[in-house]
Design a binder for this molecule. Structure first.
Ligand code: APR
Length: 321
């Protein structure tokens, strides 16, 4: 089965590399506009496979969409990343043009593909893709929640360790829903657990709140340390999502999808738990939020709607030019 990744930069190349090392796809096509760039990255990955033993072939191309034909999944990472001090929303105008163009070209050659949008601001870019393509909503997803959940699990593990429990990173469960946005994402504190034990039974509330606070600014923290946005955890998250679709794994993954009544919301793309299988987003799991989570989720939806409104303005101003 073929998977195409558009944009061979930090995030796109890492996604391709993790897919190759997970060894579940026949071919990965990596496409970039920079002449020779995707070709070089593909060559490097194929050489690594002779050592690490993956059968997945990587093909790198410069803007050649024909090479992506009949992909099962198209991952869109093309666009600019944020710099220290920037919000994801500041990338809106530039990335909207790129995402629109890339999706329409890829769709011509892979009319049945599932699209996964990574370019930021991701929730708005996912909404744009749904509106521009008219594709059924199970075939357009955005990835943010799985990455934010990984950061939440990391900070909870750190908190457990600071409290004297030398926890493994793989023993902590936690989920973040809502927008992929520093201010409004919603870490679901009451469901966070250490091998099924609620973390609220193990560490005190202030420490858990601090882990949630650090999660929300997790992307910005990395951007200020590295000078650009992160790629290892995003690459691992997206490759795992792609694997769930290609292998029809029915995994529950927090993902950005178009809501049509679920969570009491319509006509917005936002992060919620979704069962992922061969048809993409197969089932939205509505967890009947209440209390602060309900309030925070609705505020997050409002922020996403505001970005969508800005997006509409940006697109109509571009049309008038
Ligand atoms: N078609 C194909 N590739 C493109 C296009 C286009 N129209 N425009 C830009 N690109 C490519 C660039 O040439 C570059 O190689 O997209 C790649 C982006 O890579 P980086 O600059 O390294 O950015 P990265 O860190 O990978 O982030 C990409 O993902 O997480 C988000 O906020 C992030 O929006 C950003 C995106």
């Amino acid at each position: 089965m073929k998977v195409s990744v558009i944009g061979a930069g930090n995030v796109g190349a890492t996604i391709a590399n993790v897919i190759v090392q997970k060894n579940f796809a026949g071919e990965v096509v990596l496409l970039d506009i920079r002449e020779g760039y995707a070709e070089g990255k593909a060559m490097d990955m194929n050489q690594a496979s002779t050592i690490l033993g993956s059968f997945t072939k990587v093909t790198g191309v410069t803007n050649d969409y024909e090479a992506t034909a009949n992909s099962k999944v198209i991952v869109v990472t093309s666009g600019i990343p944020r710099k220290p001090g920037m919000t994801r929303e500041e990338l809106l105008g530039t990335n909207a043009k790129i995402v629109k163009d890339v999706v329409s070209q890829a769709l011509k050659y892979s009319p049945d593909a599932v699209f996964i949008i990574i370019s930021n601001p991701m929730d708005a870019m996912t909404y744009l893709t749904i509106k521009e393509t008219g594709l059924p909503r199970n075939r357009v997803l955005g990835l943010g929640g799985m990455l934010d959940s990984a950061r939440f699990k990391y900070y909870i593990t750190e908190a457990l360790r600071a409290e004297g429990i030398d926890a493994s990173l793989t023993d902590v469960e936690g989920m973040v829903i809502g927008g992929h946005n520093d201010k409004t994402m919603v870490p679901l504190i009451k469901y966070a657990s250490y091998r099924g034990i609620p973390v609220t039974n193990l560490i005190n509330w202030d420490i858990i709140l601090d882990a949630a606070r650090k999660t929300k600014v997790g992307g910005a923290t990395l951007t200020s340390l590295i000078g650009t946005s992160a790629w290892y955890a995003p690459g691992a998250a997206v490759a795992t999502l792609v694997e769930a679709i290609v292998t029809d794994a029915k995994k529950l993954i927090p993902c950005c999808v178009y809501l049509d009544g679920e969570y009491g919301q319509k006509d917005v793309c936002i992060g919620v738990p979704v069962v992922m299988g061969e048809n993409g987003a197969e089932k939205i799991v509505d967890i009947n939020l209440d209390g602060p989570e309900y309030k925070f989720f609705n505020a997050s939806v409002e922020a996403a709607r505001e970005t969508n409104r800005l997006l509409a303005e940006v697109l109509s101003a571009a049309k008038d030019k």
